[in-house]
Design a protein around this ligand. Structure first.
Ligand code: HXC
Ligand code: NAP
Length: 280
């Protein structure tokens, strides 16, 4: 899909890059010539991911144990990364989420999600941005949000609030920093099966299939489809895209929006009948 070396020379930090979609994006960036840094809270997961990445793709991988809810820890990680030169790109991918009846959420449960997604993404983005602006270094940020950042969603309310905030950050900073060489965009994925998300978001095994296929394409996303979109947005060829959110969900959220979309359940025979009744 892309020319060899599309991301050559770029140093990319993927938060939460040790698992799931972050790991898949990191692998693709390496294949396209980037060097990679990943962070997360679990050292063993990061070590294993790094070993796997180094085996399957070219390019250097660095891992940092860092809880992005801790602003001081984020700053220390960025100092360590910058000691070897500036990053060129950041992917805000780390997240926390679970389904629950909202009226039953404790304050700690609300804070657990907001702390990772809203505060954590802000600490990492502002930390990188401050350094890039001071050095007049061109760079790009992608934040992984979700379509319920603008539709809202029942049963994942702290996540919806936090993702909406991250989208607002993206659009705000695209204007504030765009003229100084820092582009910010977001990706809104539909269902892309990962262990981390599925074990927290699928209430019963029999509901997994419905979650995965409830969209016009009738299938879940493939990790490489999301990774390719992220690589495109990070590449210099996408240099005029700034402040945008790109949806990659097979049409899932629009399907829920259009008033007559439920007519998809009509068969060709049903449609013939409708025409006949209208004398057409
Ligand atoms: C109700 C819950 C809960 C649940 C935790 N809590 N899970 N409440 N239902 N299922 C409550 C706890 O009881 C506690 O409150 C508080 O939340 C903090 O819990 P901890 O386990 O101490 O928190 P922590 O160790 O910080 O873990 C954070 C986490 C966890 C978010 C709760 O799930 C996590 O580490 N997640 C990281 C990975 C992840 O979530 N990946 C999925 C991303 S998928 P009390 O009051 O009892 O102390 C995603 C997809 C979006 O974002 C779009 C899909 C289409
Ligand atoms: P995942 O595998 O659970 O990824 C979440 C990652 O974030 C983990 O590696 C986790 O590592 C890290 N993380 C969590 N809290 C952290 C913290 N405080 N500090 C640092 N790292 C932290 O889930 P995923 O499905 O790949 O999700 C990746 C991104 O895609 C998320 O932003 C999610 O909202 C988004 N998304 C996913 C889907 C989907 O269908 N999968 C759909 C829409 C959006 P540690 O636990 O080791 O810290």
């Amino acid at each position: 899909m892309f020319e060899t070396g599309l991301l050559r020379g770029k140093r990319v930090l993927v938060t939460g890059g040790g698992t799931g979609l972050g790991l898949s994006m990191g692998k693709r960036f390496l294949e396209l010539g980037a060097s990679l840094a990943i962070c997360g809270r679990r050292e063993e997961v990061l070590k294993q991911a790094t070993a796997g990445l180094e085996q399957s793709a070219p390019g250097r991988v660095a891992w940092h144990r860092c809880d992005i809810r801790d602003a001081a820890a984020v700053d220390a990680m960025l100092d360590a990364l910058w000691a070897e030169g500036p990053l060129d790109a950041l992917v805000n991918n780390a997240a926390g989420n679970f389904i629950a009846k909202t009226e039953e959420l404790s304050p700690r449960a609300i804070d657990a999600v907001l702390g990772i997604v809203l505060h954590g993404s802000a600490y990492v983005t502002v930390g990188c941005g401050r350094r890039w602006l001071a050095e007049q270094h061109r760079a790009s940020v992608i934040s992984i949000v979700t379509t319920y950042a603008w539709t809202g969603s029942a049963y994942v309310v702290p996540s919806a609030m936090a993702k909406a905030g991250v989208l607002a950050m993206t659009r705000s900073l695209a204007v504030e920093w765009g003229g100084r060489g820092v582009r910010l965009n977001a990706i809104a994925p539909g269902p892309f099966p990962t262990q981390g998300a599925w074990e927290r978001l699928v209430p019963r095994p029999d509901m997994a299939k419905r979650f995965e296929t409830n969209n016009p394409l009738g299938r879940p996303g493939r990790h490489e489809e999301l990774a390719n979109l992220a690589a495109f947005l990070l590449s210099d060829g996408a240099g005029y895209i700034n402040g945008e959110v790109v949806t990659i969900d097979g049409g899932e959220w629009l399907q829920g929006a259009g008033q007559f979309n439920f007519l998809r359940e009509l068969t060709d025979a049903d449609w013939d009948e409708v025409r006949k009744k209208k004398g057409k």
